[in-house]
Design a protein around this ligand. Structure first.
Ligand code: TYD
Ligand code: MG
Length: 453
């Protein structure tokens, strides 16, 4: 009989080695290798065979799409992030810090499905049925179509999915699920990979969409991350600051819709509430005519979003000047500060710089560059910028202001929010045909933009 084999696999990148190593040669992580036992034979009675039927090549125009290939949860923000509803047979991974509201969001979405007459299953490996019920009571959920199962064994879960035939399934935390085919502990990379693989096969074969909830490691990646991210169809991150009630659901990968789409929610006593006009929310507490505060027009996914960008430049008390950035990439901030120093003759050598995007949201677009430059200069010179002005534009290393995409959408949103002036790249002004009742100020370089101060 073949012997069971022991391997050591890295819990963050999946690298495997026959002997233990202190440092993973693949990803460089220290002490990430964990012993896992691989049994050479599979107990066929315990594993459920989900065989994919024989396939044959098909002409693409012969493949029929039905209307029923997507269905809505009627939580509009959630549906939009998914790319327009849940796709039949898809596997969606939802990651986020503990306590951010992943379980709450999915329980609420599934309740909506249950109320509309669809049978749904919520598998919790972390909480007992009663604990889930307690949460549900708080959220006012009690639909006969919502089934709860507290289970961690993959085989039992697959059996109940096959016998219940629900419309959709949630696995509340993939890290708690284990399959007896592998001898390693639940939550290890092999278990996570194997369990997700089987659930994926089940989803594709039966057409039942599966939502996997995944915990996030200290470094911010979903544990067992890279292996899962490319397996599943859609990866959503639920982010937000514990101190703020606002939560942002962001799609980082989506085979069925735009990536980087966001949905904004507010955590209340009675669960998560959708926020349909996030610009209004992010600008709500804006100080008017304060130096260092500007409004930037960004696009997240397919939606324009106005955010307040704040920069504080203050004298360094001792040693090396500090640069701190929240919500904007740190390297981008350093780069733009260097451009300001070189091209606009502002010296930040003995100045600390703190950057913050109000409301705890993260902006990754380069369109925020111009706003960052203006806010830094405004704070440095202690001169405020007209609070009726909104801005966008990418800044190059030569200090030029470059055109960006979807300018019209940003202007439209700014005009809707009552802004009267818009500072933008000159090249973009030529493309705007419609009149949005807002004054467009086109600039070619940061020097030109800074004259406004
Ligand atoms: P939860 O969904 O359990 O987070 P996760 O599954 O991501 O770990 O959310 C728990 C947090 O949400 C907890 O801190 C309490 C808060 N909460 C509310 O504020 N209101 C509510 O109605 C619920 C159910 C939770
Ligand atoms: Mg949870």
């Amino acid at each position: 009989m073949p012997k069971a084999r022991t391997i050591y696999s890295c819990q963050s990148c999946g690298y495997q080695s026959p002997k233990w190593l202190g440092r993973c040669p693949e990803c460089g992580g220290w002490n990430t290798l964990v012993e896992e036992v691989i049994s050479p034979f599979k107990d066929s009675s315990s594993s459920l065979d989900i065989q994919v039927g024989q396939s044959s090549p098909q002409a693409i125009n012969q493949i029929k799409l039905g209307k029923e290939d997507r269905f809505l949860t009627s939580i509009a923000e959630f549906d939009r992030v998914l790319g327009g509803g849940i796709v039949v047979g898809s596997v969606v991974l939802i990651g986020g810090d503990p306590g951010i509201g992943k379980s709450t969001l999915l329980l609420q979405a599934f309740e909506k499905l249950a109320v509309s007459g669809k049978k749904v299953l919520y598998v919790s490996g972390e909480e007992s049925g009663r604990q889930t019920k307690m949460r549900a009571e708080r959220l006012g959920i009690s639909s006969a179509n919502l089934f709860i199962q507290a289970e961690t064994s993959l085989e039992i879960i697959i059996k109940s999915i096959i016998s219940l035939k629900p419309c959709a399934v949630v696995i509340d935390s993939i890290q708690t699920i284990f399959t007896p085919d592998l001898q390693s502990a639940p939550g290890t990379i092999s278990q996570v990979r194997e369990s997700s693989g089987k659930l994926m096969l089940l989803a594709k074969k039966t057409g039942i969409p599966v939502f996997l909830i995944g915990h996030v490691t200290k470094e911010g990646a979903i544990a067992g991350p890279r292996v899962l991210e490319h397996m599943v169809d859609t990866v959503l991150y639920f982010e937000g600051d514990r101190g703020h009630p606002y939560r942002v659901l962001r799609s980082v990968k989506n085979r069925f819709g735009a990536s980087n789409e966001i949905g904004v929610f507010e955590m209340k006593d009675s669960g998560l509430a959708e926020i349909l006009s996030p610009s209004e929310l992010f600008l709500a507490e804006r100080p008017l005519n304060a130096s260092g505060s500007v409004v930037a027009a960004c696009i997240e996914g397919s939606r324009p979003l106005l955010v307040e960008l704040q920069v504080l430049v203050s004298h360094t008390t001792f040693g090396i000047p500090r640069r701190t950035s929240l919500g904007v990439d740190y390297n981008r901030v350093s780069l733009l500060i260097a451009v300001l120093e070189k091209k606009a003759d502002l010296s930040f050598i003995n100045q600390d710089i703190f950057v913050n995007v109000a409301g705890g949201i993260k902006i990754e677009e380069p369109a925020v560059d111009l706003a960052l430059i203006m806010a830094s200069a405004s704070s440095f010179r202690n001169r405020s910028i007209d609070s009726g002005m909104v801005m966008f534009g990418e800044v190059g290393l030569a200090g030029e202001v470059r055109a960006i995409s979807q300018a019209e959408m940003r202007i439209k949103e700014a005009s809707k929010m009552g802004f009267s002036r818009c500072l933008m790249p000159r090249n973009n002004t030529k493309q705007i045909s419609a009149d949005f009742n807002i004054e467009l100020i086109g600039v070619d370089s940061i020097a030109e933009a800074l004259e406004l101060l």
